[in-house]
Ligand binder design. Sequence first.
Ligand SMILES: [Zn+2]
Length: 75
Amino acid sequence: MAEPRPPYHAGPECPGCHARDVVPIIYGYPSAHAVEAAQRGELLIGGWNSDSHNPRWSCRSCGRRFSVGDVSQTS
Ligand SMILES: [Zn+2]
């Protein structure tokens, strides 16, 4: 399983502490790959409520969750 790692850390800067240590939050039913990534701390599983108003990013430095308008959305 030597697939290339997705660019999880290409996320925005945290508006709270300006750390670049942010991970995306995914909603809905997570794939097995997403669950593994979450266990590695590369993303956060936000749960079933896939509301577009939910925050899309979580800061691992200060724990803040936030949305950024200029993040390109693939969905
Ligand atoms: Zn932060």
